[in-house]
Design a protein around this ligand. Structure first.
Ligand code: ZN
Length: 77
């Protein structure tokens, strides 16, 4: 079962993902390295940056992961 997804050449544990941007990043800064990338926010205020393809793959992977039965640290009655 997949617990990691690859974003920006890093294996990211899916349980660390807080949110995923719906729109490409734009801040207008000339130094910005992430114009047009999608921000994926992790715990502790960290972010990784994904291309649109990576973001879509991440969303798909997250959905599949959350729908997986038998979450170990959750005791459902
Ligand atoms: Zn920026």
């Amino acid at each position: 079962m997949a617990t990691f997804c690859i974003i920006d050449d890093k294996y990211i544990p899916m349980y660390r993902i807080m949110w995923i941007s719906a729109v490409p990043h734009f801040c207008g800064s000339p130094d910005c390295q992430h114009e047009g990338d999608y921000e994926i926010r992790l715990e502790h205020g960290e972010s990784v940056w994904a291309s649109q393809t990576e973001r879509d793959q991440t969303l798909t992977a997250l959905e599949a992961w959350e729908n997986e039965p038998g979450l170990e640290d959750e005791e459902l009655e």
